[in-house]
Design a protein around this ligand. Sequence first.
Ligand code: 5GP
Length: 138
Amino acid sequence: MTYDASNIFAKIIRGELPAHKVYEDGQALVMMDIFPQSRGHVLVIPKAQSRNLLDADPAALSAVIPLVQKVAQAVKQVTGADGIRLAQFNEAPAGQTVFHLHFHIIPVYEGVPIGAHAGGRADDAELAALAGEIAAAL
Ligand code: 5GP
């Protein structure tokens, strides 16, 4: 399977579509998931083009994991979550819906079940506020 640059995350990286951005540098973009599985669900997206983990450049993976850790720490601090689930899907049968590599950082709250994958759309004002708080905690 080849990379298709018309996917929605590539459009967000190019600035063609809006996002609640938490952080951005030359290598990666961090934004709120608009269909969060829990409050504070964030996506870490390397800018290098790959469909998923399977075709990614190992150097891009090495560069992004420290950022994943840093964002997970900030998300936990801001949300007060009891744990953090890290998820990453490879190809449609495994649950992937957007074919540009990304890592899900999903806060887990004790006793609260995680919502459906790509379930209901979150309130934009709430996402914007969370994005600002997580950015400040980075
Ligand atoms: P995947 O299933 O590919 O691992 O995850 C794709 C994720 O992207 C889903 O959690 C879904 O909620 C999220 N998503 C889909 N479209 C958009 C969008 O336009 N903006 C943002 N921020 N997230 C999106």
